[in-house]
Design a protein. Sequence first.
Length: 439
Amino acid sequence: MTDPPSALTALEFQLSGGVDDWRVLGGGAVAWFDAPSHRAGADLVGAITELAGGRDDLTPHLDLRARGLRVRIPASPDGLDTADVVLARSISEAARERGLSADPAHLQDVHLTIDALHAEEVLPFWQAALGYERRAPDDLVDPLRRQPPIWFQQQDAPRPLRNRIHVDAVSTQPTAVAALAAVQRQGASSVAEHGYYATVADAEGNEVDLLPLPEEADRWGGAETEDWRVVFAGLACYPTSAPRQGAELAGAVAALADDAGLPLGIDLRPGLVTIATGKDDWEVEEGYQPLAARVQEAAHAMGLAADVRLPCFLQVVIDAVDIPAVREFWRVVLGYEEDPRADVTDIVDPRQLSMPFVFQDLDSTDEARRAQRNRIHIDLFVPDDQARARIDAGLAAGGRIVYDDEAPEWWTLADPEGNEVDIAVSVGREEIWRAADST
């Protein structure tokens, strides 16, 4: 008879032998395995599915890309345990058997945090606007576990002016229209419709752009791509009956993407596979629409039907006077790349694992708004051995540390115009808390 799993702190997990590939971040233990192709990554997906016994509750979250595979072992409400260590070791061994090596240096989790005077009045607005679920009194999570969670924390004093940070929430057209109606029923503090999208604000003025609003604005071609929706990226979502079915679909899509010579994101979650192009890739590269049609045909051949209500896409938008300076700060702190197009200001995750950031002009004469601290900021969870490098990169790019009393749990950095990011570390937190409780 085997002993039941024992709970572990983040530090204890990382100190367990055989888990050098893994880092504990904001939502569990994570590893990235470099792979030369979608197919090579899909082969590891199949192996991981078998290691988990084909069970939804044991299968990690898997994000397959052209350059590799991210594997996340989600923490339970009680945290990680010794069974998670065994699974992590087995996954690393399966990767080594396939000649795939891990690269922990670029692992990270990007979260959103909203400061609120009255969180109970603000949180339901965001739940309705984004279609999120409430996980805890002050947490919202994406039910598909693809988009960043949102945490609400107590604000110290009123900050009545507009933020310089807002969120774009792009969903299917019926979903966007329904979300707009829902936040209006809740009494959104402001609603400005702009034709293609609407800017709405919660009770304390935090804004989100909801789009698209016109009918058929989310469609991509005809019946051959009916499973897909254009939500800045082209996305198709296929519910699956078991992890093995998801792995089979991932393998088929991986082969199609490699044969087309085009990168796709293939995200596997319990009961769902989401397939995505990068932002705007579907309109920049003509080959994506034929590829989407072939993916749809392969899914239908497996008896799968898309749920066209589910595609969604988030991005962060930052208003700035000096866009190049602010953009460079965020690029180096996030480890992102500049979008090569001359007419856009986006920075993007080179592995297409986290949401893009976009920069738009801010009136330099709006001194009051520029001086006010935002009510929205970014939490960036990084490996404990990478935090110093991210901080130093931000400082070299014109940022400054504005709060470090909680270090080494987190440091708050401000970009050259005061927009904030918390560089956060999970490893060691429980030990710090225990030591504080014992004094």
